[in-house]
Write a protein that binds this ligand. Structure first.
Ligand code: 5AD
Ligand code: SF4
Length: 435
């Protein structure tokens, strides 16, 4: 039997990209993945609900993709992921979807696709599903770097966040299946894995915590680099920092979302730590690994955030001097504690101005951080041809900074020494050094 053609378009976080690889695997008996929507029999859009803007983008894209039905009456279009979970009825009503499937229901995709009904839906959340026996199909890969999901869901209920409602309860995947997956990737030539979870620091399965899991994955081979995302500051343990500092193949880079620099705002956000606690964690990171890069997330204009509270975010940024940050305007999400109990009163233009202020400051900090690297020689994992030219490669250093260099005779997947000669706030540029 000829297989159908599946086109997957993914929005949102790394976890969604990893889930799309699981979906490709679940459907692999019936479909091959292709990279052109116009040639597909089945289009799946893996969606994100974290901010209103993310949902709006998908709805616009959905109406664009619907136009393809004119030339292809057999085309099926499905919405999967967080929006499927959050706004199933609305999606139904658009009349433009054949399938609505939430993040814990991907195993049912083959059966749902064979049903005759007009719209098929499964948005059941699970307390146990980890897809631990599924071998993801890495259909869009550089062959060097891969994601491995180690847990699903979130129990933290930050007041602003929709994730606990769209992805359900937190559960950890069996450690041996994670180690096996990393080993098999290494044997296929991959040189970097990123362990993914909404809050990896609360990973716990069969008596194995996150620090022990990291150590076991790091022991697979010194040539396999390990990264992870995301950490919650309330759970970042010294035990993990010790493991990170003692294994040279665990990358010295931590993403530690702060969200705000003000204690009242942090409490209202239900983040369960204070500014002081956050700074203590930063001090601990620097004690164990002075060379570690630290990146973060901030939400600006949260509910009734005042100007002074906003200033506290700016001073936290200055104090820590983050290497990199993702910054967002607060977007109220229906059903969250913030939406139910607090008015979203910061005017849009004030949110926009505060966002510009933190972005401007972060550009300055990222620039300073990169400037400190000029003159240093560092190990870079070559990932592929740079956008700049065929003669240049790009890769990342342990700190997760992008480094561009003339490729010389180096090949993809090789570790090379690069001396940094110049930088922008986004990229380091350098030359290969003979080892
Ligand atoms: N509005 C704006 N940003 C949000 N984030 C999560 N929920 C919201 C929201 N309602 C941000 C947080 C989180 C990142 C993934 O997205 O900063 O760390
Ligand atoms: Fe959302 Fe907070 Fe969970 Fe992160 S830790 S997914 S911000 S609820």
């Amino acid at each position: 039997m000829n297989k159908g053609k599946l086109y997957i378009e993914t929005y949102g976080c790394q976890m969604n990209f990893s889930d799309s690889e699981i979906v490709a695997s679940v459907l692999s008996d019936d479909y091959d993945v292709i990279d052109k929507a116009t040639e597909a029999d089945l289009i799946l859009i893996n969606t994100c609900s974290i901010r209103e803007h993310a949902e709006q983008r998908v709805l616009n894209r959905l109406s664009e993709l619907n136009a393809l039905r004119k030339n292809n009456s057999r085309l099926q279009i499905g919405i999967i992921g967080c929006m499927a979970e959050r706004i199933k009825e609305e999606l139904f009503k658009t009349g433009s979807v054949d399938l609505v499937v939430g993040p814990d229901a991907y195993r049912s995709l083959p059966t749902l696709l064979k049903k005759e009904s007009r719209v098929n839906i499964n948005v059941l959340l699970s307390e146990t599903e980890t897809y631990d026996d599924i071998h993801p199909i890495r259909y869009d890969t550089n062959g060097i770097s891969a994601f491995i999901s180690i847990m699903r869901g979130c129990n933290n209920y930050c007041s602003y966040c929709v994730v606990p409602y769209t992805r359900g309860r937190e559960r950890s995947r069996n450690p041996q299946t994670i180690i096996n997956e990393a080993l098999s990737l290494f044997e296929k030539g991959y040189r970097e894995v990123t362990l993914l979870g909404q809050n990896v620091n609360s990973y716990c399965c069969d008596g194995v915590n996150f620090a022990r899991l990291m150590k076991s994955v790091a022991e697979i081979n010194p040539l396999l680099r390990i990264r992870f995302a995301t950490s919650h500051p309330k759970d970042l343990s010294d035990e993990l920092l010790e493991v990170m500092s003692s294994c040279s193949n665990i990358c010295k880079s931590i993403h530690l979302p702060a969200q705000s620099g003000n204690d009242r705002v942090l409490k209202a956000m239900n983040r369960k730590y204070t500014r002081r606690w956050y700074l203590d964690r930063i001090a601990s990171i620097r004690k164990y690994m002075p060379e570690c890069s630290i990146s973060t997330d901030f939400i600006t204009g949260y509910c009734d955030e005042t100007e002074e509270e906003h200033q506290d975010t700016l001073t936290l940024m200055q104090t820590v001097s983050f290497d990199y940050a993702y910054m967002f305007k607060y977007s109220e999400r229906e059903g969250t504690r913030s939406a139910n109990t607090k008015a979203d009163t910061v005017p849009e233009e004030v949110k926009a101005r505060r966002l510009t202020e933190i972005i401007t400051l972060q550009q300055e900090l990222s620039g300073k951080s990169n400037l400190k690297d000029v003159g240093k020689t560092m190990e870079v994992l070559a990932e592929g041809t740079s956008k700049r030219s065929e003669e240049h490669f790009f890769g990342r250093n342990s700190q997760n900074k992008v480094v561009v260099f003339p490729r010389g005779s180096c090949s993809k997947g090789e570790y090379v020494s690069v001396r940094i000669t110049s930088c922008t706030s986004a990229t380091l540029t350098g030359n290969l050094i003979d080892n």
